[in-house]
Design a protein. Structure first.
Length: 459
């Protein structure tokens, strides 16, 4: 209750531009609390709050804001204050922010940077989009193998204040090649006259500057590290990637994948802030594609119009058949996409995946087939809705469910692997896309089985 009252007072002070009251009320707030509070403020008010924040809180708060709020703040701040923020935030955070902006705005903001920071930023922006080079920061500590522990500790005291992290110290030779990484605790637990080379085991994990972001996420998953070094093609240490950036990246990637799985283009802005027309554009594209795909279902129904006219009872089970195939395909697609994201499955595993999903589809289809057969049988005891050939209808429904569910499972599991093999995003084989594909083919399977079983009787 106290926190809510405090926020109301802060909001009132913001409207009144009461600087002294704001400084008093927000004195003990942490950066996540400040970010959460200003998220809902108008752009001009967000910028005003930033003008009264203690300097140490400015960069911390700016870092945890969403990209939309960051843009609004920089746009509404006086040039000198915007320049101060852009110069003080870590290079990797600055590069991430600038990479989301239009080129003409980036050009203007680059002019606000100091010469040294501009050189660093331009270099990082020159790396491929979504590469580790865009994600890394050059703010790290490096030592040489012939240094003593005392020299290392003195170096940390003199240069460690503004570095991204000092948990890990990197060992390089005179040309800058990465030789090892050593946790700081190793230097704190040995005699100060010991040499760095005595603590080295020459075993380390690293990222290449050209690696993609997914590789970085996977490496952090496999290695319990707060940071990983980044090297170029010659093995020279040029930066590090820290866990906070990778966690943010992983959240963004998972959000994007979930949106794609739902049949929506990835949103670059929060749902409540994205312009309505832009949101409609993101959603309408896939809906149109899926609608055109579903039109093939009507085409397939028209192709089997004769069979439906002869055995109207078959039309009763069309929704049941195609929905079962779509559901099984969506299940398989979601499982495989997630397994690929976690590194559990790659294209090399396609045969094992197919074999496993074939058995899964056969089992699940059989379960649904038995239920479908039983349903027709039980209904026949109380009505004559399925006619004298009810047994044939039950067999058609049962076998069709086995075939459609089996096909849906195989399609849903193989499509993500095929897309990945050809360099496409597996997430685009979304649940709606797989369901649409299986709807059309499911009708073909259903009526083909019906023709075989009912030929000479109803058909």
């Amino acid at each position: 209750m106290k926190r809510k009252l405090n926020k109301r007072k802060v909001a009132a002070a913001v409207k009144q531009r009461d600087t002294k009251q704001l400084e008093l009320l927000m004195n003990n707030w942490q950066s996540p609390e400040i970010a959460d509070f200003i998220y809902h403020l108008p752009p001009a008010d967000k910028a005003f709050v930033f003008t009264i924040l203690p300097y140490v809180m400015v960069t911390k708060t700016f870092k945890v804001l969403d990209i939309s709020s960051q843009k609004e703040i920089i746009k509404n701040l006086p040039h000198e204050q915007a320049a101060r923020i852009l110069n003080e935030i870590q290079p990797d955070d600055r590069t991430q922010f600038l990479s989301e902006l239009p080129g003409i705005l980036v050009k203007d903001l680059l002019q606000l940077l100091s010469e040294d920071e501009r050189i660093i930023t331009l270099k990082q922006l020159g790396y491929p989009e979504h590469s580790v080079g865009r994600l890394m920061t050059p703010e790290y500590l490096a030592v040489h193998p012939d240094w003593t522990v005392q020299q290392v500790l003195d170096h940390i005291r003199a240069n460690g204040k503004d570095k991204e992290t000092i948990n890990v110290i990197y060992v390089i030779d005179n040309e800058g090649h990465l030789l090892d990484d050593v946790r700081i605790r190793e230097f704190l637990l040995v005699a100060t006259d010991k040499k760095v080379e005595d603590l080295m085991d020459n075993k380390f994990n690293s990222l290449k500057v050209t690696d993609d972001e997914e590789t970085a996420i996977e490496e952090f998953r496999k290695n319990n590290r707060v940071a990983l070094p980044v090297i170029d093609e010659e093995g020279i240490l040029i930066g590090i990637v820290t866990i906070d950036d990778v966690l943010r990246l992983a959240v963004d990637e998972e959000t994007e994948n979930i949106q794609k799985i739902g049949g929506v283009e990835a949103l670059e802005e929060p749902y409540m802030k994205i312009p309505f027309l832009k949101l409609m554009k993101k959603r309408s594209g896939w809906l149109v594609v899926l609608f055109l795909g579903e039109m093939l279902t009507a085409t397939a129904m028209g192709f089997f119009e004769g069979e439906i006219a002869k055995a109207v009872v078959l039309a009763l089970f069309v929704p049941l058949i195609i929905s079962s195939g779509g559901n099984s395909g969506s299940q398989a697609s979601s499982l495989i996409i997630r397994a690929m994201a976690l590194g559990e499955v790659t294209f090399r595993d396609w045969w094992n995946v197919m074999r496993r999903e074939f058995l899964s589809g056969l089992f699940l289809g059989s379960v649904l087939g038995v239920i479908g057969f039983t349903r027709v049988t039980i209904w026949t005891l109380f009505s004559n809705i399925y006619g004298e050939h009810w047994l044939l209808v039950a067999l058609v429904v049962g076998f069709s469910l086995v075939g459609v569910v089996l096909w849906g499972t195989l399609s849903g599991s193989m499509l993500p692997l095929i897309l990945k093999k050809f360099g496409a995003d597996p997430a685009v084989s979304s649940a709606p896309f797989v369901a649409t594909l299986v709807d059309v083919t499911g009708l073909v399977i259903y009526f083909s089985i019906a023709f075989v079983i009912m030929h000479g009787t109803l058909l």
